[in-house]
Design a protein around this ligand. Structure first.
Ligand code: IMP
Ligand code: MG
Length: 183
């Protein structure tokens, strides 16, 4: 894989290999298999960013589970996270009295996560937890616990392995970090 890639007006430097992500997936899957062995959870994949991470993680789950997806808007192709989160694809699964596990690509400010927890509480989920591929602890503004973290990263923009910059880069297997602006 290339060390530097360019997407639109920005260049990115290789940061996390897909092998490191796979190792994190194995670690998280083992914990989830233990935690949810007695009750069938609803696994909620957040579109579009979590698709690659979720595909790997779900295959490693040996428990019975229901898999569904939701899509939230919070990011608008810019590099700024927005506080106004709304559901673009809503909850199709009945979560009442069920344990729900959200699968995310990244937790940045936590606005999206907080919004989802509120939505799931309104729908009377029994409990809600999250498994996220990456987490930016210094950008996180919420107090809701983040249960399963793949890799903690600094507060710097990343792309690849599901994450996009202005719609591109989701298919890149490794994760790249913002390097410099191209002219
Ligand atoms: P949050 O609501 O601020 O936690 O972040 C919400 C969404 O912003 C994530 O689900 C991503 O879609 C997007 N996002 C945040 N940080 C990054 C990044 O570094 N690269 C790409 N997308 C990001
Ligand atoms: Mg996401």
């Amino acid at each position: 894989m290339k060390e530097i890639i360019t997407i639109k007006d920005k260049s990115f430097i290789k940061f996390i290999s897909k092998e490191e992500i796979s190792a994190a997936v194995d670690r998280i899957a083992a914990k989830i298999n233990e935690e949810y062995k007695d009750e069938i959870p609803v696994i909620l994949v957040t579109l579009n960013g979590a698709i690659l991470f979720a595909a790997e993680l779900i295959q490693k789950l040996t428990i019975d589970c229901v898999v569904s997806a939701v899509k939230m808007s919070s990011y608008h192709g810019t590099m700024q996270s927005s506080a106004h989160v709304k559901s673009l694809v809503g909850l199709s699964e009945d979560v009442k009295d069920k344990r729900v596990l959200i699968i995310e690509d990244i937790i940045d400010t936590g606005n999206t996560y907080e919004h989802m927890v509120e939505l799931l509480n309104e729908n009377q989920a029994k409990d809600v937890a999250i498994a996220t591929m990456t987490f930016k602890p210094t950008a996180y503004t919420k107090s809701i616990p983040v249960q399963y973290v793949g890799i903690e990263i600094p507060d710097k923009f990343i792309v690849g392995h599901g994450l996009d910059y202005q719609g591109l880069g989701r298919n890149v297997p490794d994760i790249y970090q913002l390097y410099k602006e191209e002219k």
